[in-house]
Structures are given as C-alpha cells and as structure tokens.
Design a protein around this ligand. Structure first.
Ligand code: GLC
Length: 748
C-alpha cells in the first residue's frame, strides 16, 4: 500500500476546514489561480503537469490510471503554491470496470434500490482509481428513440426518472461526500436536451415553459433535493439561448428558485460553442455570457482561461463573480474531503468482492429485460398438441437448441455505450451462458448468420437455417451493436439494422419455436418480426452478465419482470409518441378508428368529427410505457381510495389487491396513474405518480397501499406557479400505462 498522500497546504493558506477557510483561501489566491480553478483540462492537454504546477487547473478529465492520477494530485498538492487538490472527472455512466445494464435498461427494472446499488459499485471501482467526480446521472427526459442518448436516459417519464436519478446520486455520493468510495455526481444535461429536434444529437430544442417545468425540470429538482453536488449545462439551444449562456436556467431557476449550492460545469467545450451557435461574437464574449449565466467550470475549453482575466480587469465581469464561482468549486472539494486527503479510497475497509459485483450485475440484467411477446408456436397452436408458450424453455424437453444471430456472442457489444473503463473480459455472452447452463443435456448449435447487425448480405443464412432446422427450438439474438447508440449516434430509421428481419423470416421456415432476444440501446420498431417470433425478450445492452441473466430468463429459472420505461413506436413516423400526451380537441380512441385491411382509413363519425391519428399507424404505440409480460399472471382487485373528496394538502390512501394467479414466483410492478380532467392548462391523459415493485409467490396475494399527497398533483399552470388545482381526477392502478382498475376522486 503506497503511503497515503496527505494534503499539506502551504504556509500561504490554512487547510480549509469550512466556509470561512475557503474564503480565507480565496483571499490568498491570485486572479490567475482563481481562474485556474474554473478550468477542467483533458488528460491529453499539452503541458498538463506544468499547468497544474502553476495552479491553473481545477480539474482533470479522462485520466483513470491510478498511478497517473496520483502523480497529478501530488503535483497539485505538493508543488503548486497553494496546494489545492484536483477534481478527477470521468464518465461512469453505468459502471466502471463492472459494466451494468445501460441506464435505459436499469430504468426497465423500476427498482431504485438496484440502481443505487449499481451506482455504489461503480463509485467504489472509480474511487479506487482516484476518480472523485462523475458525470451522471443523465436525467434528460426522452420521448424520441431516434436520439442515440436515449440509451443513457431513464426514459420518458418525469417520476420514474426522478426516482431513479435520485437513487443513482445516492449510490454515487454515499451518505457523505467524503466517504472512502463516494464520488461527486452530476445532474445532466440541464436542460431539455432530450427534445433535440428529430432526435438529431446537439440539435435545437424549443420547449414552452409549462412543458419545461412539468416534464423536463422535475428530475433535476429531484436531483438537487437528493443532494447532487454538481450540474452540467446542456449543449442544446433552449428556446434560442444555449444552456451554457442561459441565465433563466442557471440563475433564475437553479440558484434563485431552487437554491442550488454546488457548482455548474459546462459540457465539453460548450462555452466556446456559444460562438458556433451564433450567440457570441468571439470566445471572449462566450466567456462573458457563460460566466454571467452562472457556469462555474469550463470543461475542455479555454474561453475562461484566455478571457476571464481581461474581462475582470476591464470591469466587464466583477471579481466577486469569479470569487463566487471559485467558492462553489472549492466547497465541493472540501465536502469531498480532498483537502484532508486525495487518497480517500486507500483508507477503505469494506471492498466489494468480485463475486458480489458480478452477482449484482446479473440481478440488474435480470430485472432489466422486458418480455414483450410470448405465445405457443404456430405448429403447436394449430394442433393443440402443446399450447405451452414458447417461453420458458423446458430443459428436460429439449434435445437440441439453435443459437443464431450477430448479437449472441459479442462480449463488448453487449456492454452498450459509455463504457470507457468497461472490462470486456468480465463479459459473459448469451451463447456461453446457455452452453454452461445446458451442459451435455442439450446440443447447442451456433450460427452467427451475419457478420454484424448491419450486414446486408444473406451469405450466412443457409448455415443458420441448417442449424435451426436440425434443432428443437431457435433462439435468435438480434439488435444493435453498442456503437449504434450513445452520444452523436442517432438513427433516422429505428428498424432492426441490416438484414435481421429477413433472417427471422428465413428462420421461421424451420417451423420450430422461434424466440427472439433483442440487445439494443434504444426502442426499435420491431413490428415486422412480431408475426414470425413466438416470443420476444428486449434486453437493451445488459452489461457484463447479459449471458447468465438471459439464460436464466429463457429457461425460467427467473421470470422476466422488466417494464418499459419508454413507449415503443410501431413506425418511426409516430415519434414523438409517449403515454402522458395531451387529450387534444379530437382525441382518437380505439373504437373511433375505422380500419380496412388493417389500415386505419378514417374515423367513425363522432360528435367531434375526425380524430388525431395516423391512417397507416393508428394512434397507439407498439408497446406502451410501463408494459412487460411475466411467466406468471397477476390480477388486480378491490381498488379502494380513502375518500372521494381530498382537501388541498391532504393525503389519499389508495389500496389494491394484487394476486399472483400463475404458477411461478415473479415480480410485478404495480403502477399508479392519475388524470387531472380540467386544468388552467391542458393536462396529460395519464401521469405516473407512484409505483411499487412486489415479489409474489405463485398463489400469493398482497394488498398494496399508496399514499398520494395533493402536492404530487401540483403542476405549473397559467398561474405561473406550481399548485394543485381543485377538480376531478381519474385514478388508475395497474400493470402498465394502458391497463388497470379505475376510480375517481375530487380535490376540493
Ligand atoms: C460529452 C457529453 C457529456 C459527458 C462529457 C464528458 O460531450 O455530452 O455527457 O459527460 O462530454 O465526457
């Protein structure tokens, strides 16, 4: 164990022990040293060590080699004049070495405890490498599967995203920021980035204030309430003012309304990009706009380093503003305990074992997978010989199994996007896990069929069909490689890439039970394989334990329990499509839409004429938000509410009985939605307000009780304030956003 690097601040500055000491330290700093604290440099920056030595760096990003991190810290605390330690930033989005499911997959678990535990392991591994700050959770609401970064999000709903974002922050920051394995979290990207036009990354975002406040801001407020240490400004141009220059966001809302006390970092070079946006004449004006807006630290750009000094000396920016920016940053360094020691992790005692990390990774993968379809295969359906659904597979009944497809044996691709430090060697693929599970009992025949998911040739199809025809059942692993989602990786067409749909049609010819497992970073339009597939498991990018988790689900060791955190469109032209939409003046509903030959050709004449839907796609998604099947069957009964009239400030007790009427133990995620029938602004037709994930044995029933406070019904309306408006509300409790028991109450 190397000796712990104690921070010995030089004579020029006392070791800060609190607010007063920070101010004392600031009083000793030159203007150049103050501006230095506002700068985050990439590890590849030229003359990095000398720049640190001269006190002109506050943070380094993208150095995760523990030895190199330690040397940079040593230079900062031992060789710079004031010895101020560095923030070491790294994107630890869904794991460090042990990669967990992508955040969109973790969201499908609807399990905040699991999300927190995954973040805790990630923070531990990162802290052991000297990382003390990460740029997560990404809590941008996203309703557009074309956007590559939907993979990093928790999906389309403000409540689910708020709960899971807070859980991730708790996991990353621990009980105390100065904990041995605590790292500062970062709520990003503030705000509205997920509405980038057409799902094109970095594109324009225009969001009316009541939509911004009711949909896109709540997860950030929840992050602040959870104690998040930092915020990151978005690349986006919000209503004509890019976030990195947006005083409304960064000062009016974040500081003045919400009272945020941490610091704000720009996104990568997004301050200089203000010039590219065309809102700043040059980098000097960009620096001025960003500083005035309240961006404390500049990530990977030199607008501040090159211009803040002259802006202060010329009186354009007041020195007190710079002092405040420095104070925000030093306060987080103090809270992290960095002035005491930069080697906090070395003091840790309770290190999580590798086995426990892999066990958690498997549990996270298990709970993230969503069963979208499951039926008896056509032949069995026809002859009623065996009406059993295609899943779970019976280990005893099978003698051979065909494992087909380009995603069956891809240890790197199954990890997904944003895995800088992911350890592919830890990755267990579905092919290997299935072989391990069945051993010699079942012959496994593997055929990749395609070089990659994007292949457009059919060269490998014959071998795949040959394998499929000779086996009792077929499992096809399809989807997207990790590179097809993530930052700057949006798709205009979200069908299965390449010839994958053709492969499924080819495999269908074998006439065997056909199970499709999709590994992807976004919802895909998979309608064209639903007819051929008997069962469909959607696994997102499940991380290192994808294989063992998927194998256990396929063979029924565990029942699938994932529920969709985002609506699945039938076709890309339906986007944006989301469950908490407005009613419109001519709403479509199932019995108003007239179909001829499965094409909606119009609407039955109704009292208000035509209705809102696409002739060639209808108005419903392929699968709704909150949807997911199980190997068991759950019944909802006896929905009761404690009162019909609820005074503002009151609490409504909501009770329902959920029964597992199936044959296997399984999780069920009980979801509570409301609809505010009339408001000062139009209100969504449904809004998730609470959920409870329950584990029920076969035959077990449980009374689930929710407490709905009127505060949860508040919204930003025409009064320009958050308040609950008296009136009638519908309330549902059910398995997803489409189905459930309904009742009604009034707020008085
Ligand atoms: C990127 C991303 C941001 C990330 C940062 C550092 O451009 O937008 O989410 O944390 O740069 O890698």
């Amino acid at each position: 164990m190397s000796e712990v690097l104690e921070v010995k601040l030089h004579d020029d500055a006392k070791a800060p022990q609190g607010q007063v000491s920070i101010r004392d330290l600031i009083g000793r700093m030159t203007l150049e040293e103050k501006i230095g604290q506002l700068q985050q440099l990439d590890a590849s920056a030229p003359d990095l060590e000398e720049t640190i030595r001269t006190g002109r760096v506050g943070s380094v990003i993208n150095q995760a080699d523990p030895g190199k991190v330690r040397e940079l810290q040593r230079i900062a605390v031992e060789e710079s004049r004031l010895g101020i330690p560095l923030l070491i930033g790294r994107d630890v989005i869904h794991g460090f070495h042990t990669i967990m499911p992508i955040p969109l997959g973790q969201a499908a678990s609807w399990n905040p405890v699991l999300v927190e535990e995954c973040a805790r392991v990630a923070a531990e591994e990162a802290a052991q490498h000297g990382v003390n700050w990460t740029f997560a959770p990404m809590i941008d609401i996203s309703r557009d599967a074309r956007w590559g970064r939907i993979a990093e999000s928790f999906g389309e709903d403000p409540v689910l995203t708020s709960v899971l974002g807070a859980a991730m922050i708790k996991g990353l920051q621990g009980e105390r920021l100065d904990g041995a394995f605590s790292i500062a979290a970062c709520a990003k990207h503030f705000a509205g980035y997920g509405t980038s036009e057409a799902g094109r990354d970095y594109d324009t975002t225009n969001i009316p204030e009541n939509e911004l406040r009711n949909i896109y801001l709540p997860p950030f407020k929840a992050a602040l309430d959870a104690g998040v240490a930092t915020f990151m400004s978005s690349f986006g141009d919000l209503d004509g003012v890019p976030a990195s220059a947006n005083e409304f966001l960064m000062r009016d809302i974040l500081r003045d309304e919400w009272g945020f006390e941490g610091f704000v970092v720009s996104d990568w070079d997004s301050i200089r990009q203000l010039k590219t946006h065309g809102i700043a004449e040059d980098y000097r004006e960009a620096a001025q706009l960003a500083a005035m807006a309240g961006i404390d630290m500049e990530m990977a750009g030199d607008a501040y380093a090159e211009n803040l000094g002259s802006l202060v000396e010329s009186g354009v920016i007041d020195l007190s503003a710079v002092d405040s920016m420095v104070e925000n940053i030093l306060q987080i360094k103090l809270s992290l305990g960095l002035f005491e020691s930069v080697d906090r992790a070395e003091k840790a005692t309770n290190v999580t074992s590798h086995a426990d990390k892999m066990k958690l990774a498997k549990e996270a993968a298990l709970e993230s997978v969503v069963l979208l379809q499951n039926r008896a295969n056509a032949q069995n359906r026809a002859n009623a010989q065996n009406r059993a659904n295609a899943l779970p597979l019976s280990r005893d009944a099978l003698k051979s199994l065909a494992v087909i497809g380009p995603m069956a044996d891809q240890p790197y691709e199954q990890l997904g996007t944003w895995i800088f430090d992911g350890d592919e060697a830890r990755s267990v693929t579905p092919l290997n896990a299935i072989k391990d599970y069945v051993g010699d009992d079942i012959e496994v025949r593997f055929a990749p069929a395609m070089q990659s998911t994007r292949s457009k040739t059919e060269d490998g199809f014959a071998a795949a069909l040959d394998a499929a025809s000779s086996c009792d059942a077929i499992i096809a692993f399809l989807g997207e490689e990790s590179i097809l989602s993530g930052e700057a990786h949006s798709r205009a067409d979200i069908n299965l890439p390449g010839n994958q749909a053709a492969l499924i049609r080819e495999l269908k010819k074998a006439g065997k039970p056909l199970i499709v497992v999709v590994l992807a970073g976004r919802p895909l339009t998979i309608g064209d394989i639903l007819e051929e597939a008997d069962a469909v498991l959607f696994a997102w990018h499940p991380g290192v334990m994808a294989g063992p988790a998927i194998s256990d689900l396929l063979f029924g060791v565990v029942s699938p329990s994932g529920r969709l955190p985002v609506s699945f469109p039938k076709v890309v032209g339906q986007i944006p499509i989301y469950y908490n939409h407005k009613n419109t003046g001519r709403p479509a509903c199932r019995d108003t839409v007239v179909h001829i030959d499965d094409i909606a050709v119009g609407a039955r004449q109704t009292s208000f004429g035509m209705t809102a839907f696409h002739l060639d796609a209808g108005f419903e998604p392929q699968f709704p938000f909150g949807y997911g099947l199980s190997y068991s069957e759950f019944a909802y009964e006896n929905l009761q509410i404690s009162r019909d009239a609820l005074p503002v400030g009151g609490v409504l007790d909501v009770r329902v009985t959920v029964s597992n009427n199936g044959t296997c133990t399984a999780y069920e995620t009980v979801q509570l939605y409301v609809r505010d029938l009339v408001g000062s602004v139009t209100r969504p037709v449904k809004e998730l307000k609470d959920f409870r994930k329950v584990h029920l044995q076969a035959g077990e029933s449980k009374d689930i009780v929710f407490q709905l406070h009127t505060d949860q019904l508040a919204f930003f309306g025409r009064s320009k304030a958050f308040r609950v408006e008296p009136g009638t509300f519908h309330l549902w409790v059910g398995p997803n956003s489409r189905d459930g028991l309904q009742t009604e109450f009034r707020v008085i």
